[in-house]
Write a protein that binds this ligand. Structure first.
Ligand code: 26Y
Length: 824
């Protein structure tokens, strides 16, 4: 029968080798003798992909038959990183495939290293989406991701003369074995055009239609998302823009063939490049085009799937939940309303009821500069019908507000979706709130803050139940099992297997070993091995050798003033001055430190670029000071990305999460570092608060002012003289003396603290920061005490699994249920 000819996904080393060779010889048209690491990567990936596609098919079939309610996660960013190691580990075939390729003379490490990162995101928000995809599958949720297939991911960072230089990340140079092009799945998307009124012949009703615009085609590319401990495989669908096959025949006939073709070619620019701004809104038309293009293609796909079920429209929210990852996909609310009213001819109220039951909105930031607001003219030109619908949504909303709060004109202008500024702007966050049934923040403190500050009026209008919290999480598959195989293995020995990877609360079982000397020794040995792995990376990238005995102090994340890398490096200068002032004898008693900083600045973010230059300049002096030697090294890691994070995260003794209180919504790398046995130096901000609650306040180094103090401090700055904390004054003095190169480079950075209001409270928190650093130096000397803190911390991290986060969303926002594909 036909079944005989269906190749079985491999389960043994020999089966793997057969499939591998088959891919080398037929898919790649090579031979084993002519197969380099790059080809070995491709063949291994294709073999793993075969396996995933088979479970992907089963999953999608089961979903088609059972037709459960599904969630669609709309995100403009998916920071996936590499896929091969993850696929092999999640399908538990890394061992056999490694043995398989070893026989052929390849080393797994080198093969894995061939893969480019899928870097379709900026930072936290994009990586969260990637962790959520892993957890959706691993917890068997029927859920898809929808995003854009950018041809250029986040830029690659080079450091030239101490400065950041950006290079394009064209990640699709070689075949991408993970993507399945679905050229047959395409949607035509319109921009510009006009709105036409007409009378419906049957009902006699006044209707509107949008027409006459430019068309661009969206084509689907599917990426299988493997899970751990499951036969399910979910889908991530990314859209790519291509010209429509339609042609401007007028131009063609006029003999202007070239320009009619080149107009069409412009289509490709829509998905060409990821905007490299993190937490910063820039208001470019092309960005709005990306948003509408992606949202519309995705909705079209979702509606097509729903229509197959032949259910009435009112059942749509029983079948479909759509989660908006920040405001970037907010036009989906308007587009669904437009489809239901203009094309499906539902009444406004029926349609709006469906819309609001369908959407949920996650807010990731309170920073005013990150809130999206589109100029009304730009919006109305690109999407004329959508702007009209926004006006109507706003009108009905304001009528409701007026009834609730009669005579409160101020309230009406405060909550209006249209900001009456010059130019007038569409406030996307307000639209997202009005069009969703739930709004959530990403850590307890953050959720409380948005309810009492930027969205306060909306809490009054809708009541508190619409607003909720879902604290972020991270996937323990990538961030423990994959990044730190040694620790994962040790934990599995103590807990009797790898069950903690799908039930992270099991880590509490480690508590009883926190003071076990033998266990501590193995724990420390693993940390040392991970530090050596990072030291090798540092050596190969910078040529600098670091002392493995030193305390590894790491801050890696996007460079941003609110994240306060400037506080870190100014603290390093203070440490350097302190060491220089010591006698030789005193110096010999100090704990050696390697300060590691990494992260990208947005290309147009001047101050962040100055901070990078200060870090590299301080490094250039300190690292070459023979008197200091191993006591202090300052390393800037170039081009921080997901695959580097996998090496960096397991290697920290201390990591820094030191944002001005109230500015970091959650942070997720804080969770990754602690899960890998590093301790935190942090402010009382974002998820640091909950981490403290879960692991105990003795296991974290907190410092600085609280979020509730920030407003008063900023107010004080405006009305009183700047008084530098004495230690900061000394640091400024040596920078201005030229100790780290021409001081003019750093003038604006220093001024932002000294003369321009110190918005991020660097001065206010400086001494408290130094005190916390001193405490760290003291405690690090006690190796066993440090190890027991580390073990107890890991034991308390169960809560921060993204599985927990996904189950909370599934339960309280999406109302969906797991649907596992049993083994057949
Ligand atoms: C306006 C637009 C261009 C924009 C682009 C990217 C706005 C925001 C962003 C990215 C935001 C972001 O990454 N936020 C981070 O989300 C993480 C996941 O919830 C949080 O852990 C982190 O604190 C927050 O800064």
């Amino acid at each position: 029968t036909w079944k005989k000819f269906v190749p079985k996904p491999f389960e043994t080393k020999e089966e793997f080798q057969k499939i591998f060779i088959n891919h080398v010889e037929t898919t790649l048209a090579r031979s084993l003798y002519n197969c380099d690491d790059a080809a070995a990567f491709e063949a291994t990936a294709l073999s793993a992909r075969d396996k995933l596609i088979s479970s992907w098919n089963k999953t999608q079939q089961k979903h088609s038959i059972r037709d459960p309610k599904r969630v669609y996660y709309l995100s403009l960013e998916f920071l996936m990183g590499r896929a091969l190691d993850n696929a092999l580990l999640n399908t538990e075939t890394k061992g056999i495939s490694e043995e398989g390729i070893n026989d052929f003379g390849f080393r797994m490490e080198d093969v894995l290293d061939q893969e480019p990162d899928a870097a379709l995101g900026n930072g936290g928000l994009g990586r969260l989406a990637a962790c959520f995809m892993d957890s959706l599958t691993s917890t068997n949720q029927p859920g898809w991701g929808y995003g854009l297939r950018y041809q250029y991911g986040i830029f690659k960072q080079k450091i030239v003369d101490g400065y950041q230089v950006e290079q394009p990340d064209y990640w699709l140079t070689f075949n991408n074995p993970w993507e399945i092009p679905r050229k047959e799945i395409s949607v035509d998307i319109m921009f510009y055009g006009y709105v036409r009124k007409y009378t419906d012949e049957v009902t006699g009703k006044q209707c509107k239609t949008w027409e006459g615009g430019d068309l661009i085609k969206a084509v689907a590319y599917d990426f299988p998302v493997p899970g751990y401990g499951t036969k399910n495989t979910n889908n991530l669908r990314l859209w790519s823009s291509v010209p429509t096959s339609e042609f401007d025949f007028q131009k063609f006939n006029d003999g202007d063939y070239e320009s009619s073709v080149s107009e069409q070619q412009k289509a490709e620019t829509i998905t060409a490049v990821l905007y490299p701004n993190d937490n910063f809104y820039s208001g470019k038309e092309l960005r709005l085009k990306q948003q509408y293009f992606w949202v519309t293609a995705s909705l079209h796909d979702i509606l097509r799937r729903f229509k197959k079920s032949k259910r009435p429209w009112k059942e749509f929210p029983d079948q479909v939940a759509i989660q908006l990852n920040d405001t970037h996909p907010t036009i989906a609310i308007v587009e669904l309303q437009r489809i239901l009213v203009d094309l499906e001819h539902l009444s406004w109220d029926e349609a709006w009821d469906i819309v609001t039951k369908t959407f949920g909105y996650t807010n990731h930031t309170v920073l005013p500069e990150a809130l999206e607001k589109w100029p009304v003219d730009l919006f109305g030109n690109l999407l004329p019908r959508h702007l009209e619908i926004i006006y109507d949504i706003n009108l009905f909303f304001l009528q409701k507000v007026e009834k609730l709060f009669p005579n409160d004109r101020e309230m009406l202008s405060r909550v209006s979706v249209i900001e009456e500024s010059n130019p007038r702007q569409v406030r996307m966050a307000y639209l997202a709130i009005i069009g969703s049934h739930k709004v959530n923040g990403v850590a307890e403190l953050h959720s409380k803050l948005i309810q009492t500050s930027i969205f306060k009026d909306f809490v009054k209008i809708y009541g508190p139940d619409k607003f909720t919290n879902v604290t972020n999480g991270i996937t323990p598959r990538r961030w423990l099992n994959q990044a730190n195989p040694l620790l994962s293995k040790l934990i599995s020995e103590k807990l009797g297997g790898y069950g903690f990877l799908t039930d992270l609360d099991k880590l509490t079982g480690l508590k009883k070993y926190a003071h076990d000397k033998e266990f501590q020794a193995r724990w420390i040995e693993i940390k040392n091995a991970n530090k050596r792995r990072l030291a090798d990376l540092i050596k190969s990238q910078t040529g600098i050798e670091v002392n493995n005995e030193a305390l590894f102090d790491i801050q890696v994340k996007r460079i941003h003033e609110y994240k306060r890398q400037q506080l870190n490096i100014l603290g390093v200068v203070h440490r350097y001055l302190t060491l220089k002032a010591m006698s030789k004898e005193e110096r010999s008693k100090q704990v050696p430190r390697v300060v590691i900083i990494g992260g990208k600045s947005a290309p147009g973010y001047y101050m962040a670029k100055v901070i990078i230059k200060l870090v590299t300049s301080v490094g250039a002096v300190v690292n070459n000071d023979e008197e200091i030697g191993d006591l202090l090294k300052v390393i800037f890691i170039e081009d921080y990305n997901v695959s580097k994070a996998e090496i960096i995260t397991p290697a920290s003794d201390i990591s820094q999460h030191i944002s001005t209180a109230g500015t970091e919504a959650s942070g997720t790398s804080n969770m990754k570092f602690v899960l890998n046995g590093g301790l935190i130096l942090g402010t009382v901000d974002g998820a640091n608060v909950e981490i403290t609650r879960e692991i105990g306040e003795d296991n974290i180094f907190l410092f600085g002012h609280l979020a509730e103090d920030v407003e008063d401090l900023r107010h004080k700055h405006r009305y009183s003289q700047f008084e530098a904390s004495p230690n900061l004054a000394k640091v400024f003095e040596v920078i201005e003396s030229g100790m780290f190169g021409h001081p003019g480079i750093f003038t604006n950075l220093i001024n932002s603290i000294r003369n321009d209001g110190d918005h991020y409270l660097v001065n206010d928190d400086f001494q408290s920061y130094l005190d916390a650093q001193d405490l760290i130096d003291k405690e690090f000397v006690d190796k066993d005490g440090w190890a027991s803190k580390s073990i107890n911390s890991v034991a308390g991290m169960g809560f921060f699994s993204s599985d927990r986060a996904i189950l909370e969303y599934a339960d309280s926002i999406w109302n969906i249920e797991a649907l596992p594909v049993e083994e057949s």
